[in-house]
Every structure is written in C-alpha cells, then in structure tokens.
Design a binder for this molecule. Structure first.
Ligand code: NDP
Ligand code: OXD
Length: 307
C-alpha cells in the first residue's frame, strides 16, 4: 500500500519528511518514481494527468491545492473520491493577502504609488472603514475566513454564494438572482470562487457595470474567471479604479500582455496562498484515517457541482 505524490518536487521532499515522521508504515514515493503501480492506493497531485486512469488500485486522489479545476474529472474513475486541500496554512495565507489588498485600496496606496512616481506630496481624504463596502464572491473556506478578518477593521462586509449562508456581521447574498444587488453595494470586489462552468468568465463587463463607479477588483480565484479585455476597458473608462490580480489566464501572464503596464493594476504570480507541507500532510493523514474508518473525508468534492 503506497502513497504517491505528483507536484512540486521541492515540496515533495518536505511531504516525504513529514510522512516519515507521522506515518512511517506507509511507503511514500515521489512521481515519476512509481515503483509497483499496483501498490499505489493514494495519490496527491496538483494535476494527475493520466494517473487516475492508469493506476489499477487507486482508492483516493488528493488535490495539493484548495481548488480542483486543474483536474480533468472525466478521467478520474467514478469510484475514486477526489479530495481538495483543507489545511490552516492555505487559509492564513489567503487572509493575509486579501486583507493587505483591501487595505491598500482602502488607504489609496495605488494613488500614492502614482503620486510618488510624479514626486507629488499630497494627502488624500481618508474614508472611514465603515463607509467602505467590501463584497466577497464565494463564502467557502477562504471567503468566510477573509470576511471574518475584514469585519474586524469595521468594513461593511457582504458575501455571495450559490446556496444561502448565514454569517454574523456579513450581509449574505445567494444565487444569480441576487448578484446584481450584491454588486450594487460593493466598492471592493474580492473573487474567491472556484472555477466551474458557472464561474468561467464571470468577471466581465456585465459585472463591472453593476458595481458602483470607481470600484476595485481583487481577483484571487482562477484566471479564466476574468475577461481581461473587459477589465482593461473598465479601467480605461474609469468604471473600475484599481485591480489586484493574483491569477491570470494563461499563467504565467505573457510578457507582452497589456495588463503588465497598467498603472492601476497590481500583479502577483499566483502566490496569494499555498498549501504548507506540514498542514497538508496532517490533513491527508487525517482523511486517510477517516477513509479507513468509513467516515466522510473533509474536502471531498461534489463532481456534479465541480467543486
Ligand atoms: P470552497 O469550495 O470552500 O467555497 C467556494 C464558495 O464559492 C462557496 O461559498 C460556493 O457556494 C461558492 N460558489 C461556487 N460556485 C458558485 C456559483 N456559481 N455562484 C455563487 N457562488 C458559488 O472554496 P475555497 O474557499 O476553499 O476556495 C475558493 C477558490 O479559491 C479555490 O477554488 C481556488 O480557485 C481559489 N484559490 C486561490 C488561491 C491562490 O493562491 N490564488 C489559493 C487557494 C485557493 P456554496 O457555499 O453555496 O457552495
Ligand atoms: C490552490 C491554489 O487552489 O494554490 O490551492 O491556487
């Protein structure tokens, strides 16, 4: 009974070390060193390629990320559950990233960066956090954690999800029918949605036009959710004021892409948060225990929904 890891090899070495400490009885291999394919029961991957179809005795696939859109689920046999990553490090990283980005927008740091380039020493009026309306698309593990932190600054917080949710101190909107009402009250829009057929291309002119004039976008979901031509146009029109983009389509963003040179766009290379090896291995081992005991695994995705 072997565990196979197929993702970043540097992190793989850290996973191997943690496995050796926490589960020395379970042989751990790093792809492409498969050993006997028939012995592999568990796979952790960013993207499994053809492994899900070709490993004859595979029992569970773990995504090393919180998202699973990089998996081709049609190539994963129906009897093999797919489990996404739920571990504290990934949440902490995302809370830090989005909090910093919201505060940067709130405290006009994009404007001050432009003023600095022009050597302008000019104070801008400071708005109270309570008058700044933050809206998070996605009220899952990450969206709720982000809102819990943003609430502490006093921002007017709202969230949008597929099914109705309740969160203390957060105005919760659900379903497509309430999207416009949610957008109309949102000055800073944060995208923390999984990539599915329903969310692909969602961040488009239609959404930007439903936001108040001069709103800002923080996109930390997945690149294909954003229509970049519409974003550029909305920035040019002044409809959107600033954009913080951690994800792009394709990744890496090509060197000649016009987003690179937009003065009010800040780009980071998909680093908002990442699974930490210790937490990830602990989460996987806990789920293996659950699997063996016939208990539900934490983070098992629903193939129909796609997340
Ligand atoms: P979850 O699955 O916990 O939550 C997803 C949320 O999105 C849920 O609230 C869900 O609604 C909502 N949602 C999904 N589809 C729709 C829809 N069509 N309409 C309205 N709401 C919808 O995901 P996480 O919070 O763990 O992660 C979110 C995403 O963040 C990941 O899928 C990944 O793409 C991205 N991510 C990015 C990282 C980065 O570094 N940039 C790092 C980690 C993750 P409901 O509650 O009703 O199910
Ligand atoms: C993830 C990511 O989904 O890193 O975990 O984007």
């Amino acid at each position: 009974m072997t565990f196979l890891y197929k993702a970043d090899p540097l992190r793989g070495a850290q996973w191997a070390e943690r496995f050796a400490q926490r589960a020395p009885q379970l042989p751990f291999r790093v792809w492409p060193d498969l050993g006997d394919p028939a012995a592999i029961r568990y796979l952790a991957a960013w993207s499994p390629g053809d492994l899900a179809e070709t490993l004859p005795n595979l029992e569970v696939i773990f995504s090393v990320g919180a998202g699973v859109d990089q998996f081709d689920l049609t190539r994963v046999p129906q009897h093999v559950p797919v489990v996404r990553m739920i571990e504290p490090g990934i949440v902490e990283g995302m809370v830090e990233y989005v909090t910093e980005a919201v505060l940067a927008v709130h405290r006009d740091l994009f404007d001050y960066a432009l003023q600095q380039q022009a050597r302008v020493w000019q104070a801008l009026p400071v708005r109270a956090a309570a008058t700044r309306r933050v809206g998070v698309l996605g009220l899952g593990m990450l969206g709720t954690a982000v809102l819990e932190r943003l609430k502490l600054f006093g921002f007017a917080c709202a969230g949008w999800s597929r099914s109705p949710r309740l969160m203390d101190g957060v105005d919760c909107y659900a379903t497509d029918a309430s999207l416009d009402a949610f957008l109309a009250r949102t000055d800073v829009l944060v995208c923390l949605l999984p990539l599915t057929d329903a969310t692909r291309g969602l961040l488009s002119r239609r959404v930007f036009d439903a936001l108040p004039d001069g709103a800002s976008l923080i996109h930390v979901g997945r690149g294909p959710q954003l229509n970049t031509a519409d974003l550029l146009e909305a920035l040019t029109r002044g409809r959107l004021r600033n954009a913080v983009l951690d994800v792009s389509d394709p990744e890496p963003l090509p060197a000649g892409h016009p987003l690179w040179t937009q003065p009010r766009v800040r780009i980071t290379p998909h680093i908002a948060s990442a699974t930490r090896p210790e937490g990830a291995v602990d989460a996987v081992l806990d789920n293996l225990r659950r699997h063996r005991n016939g208990e539900p695994m934490l983070g098992q995705i629903d193939r129909e929904r796609g997340y």
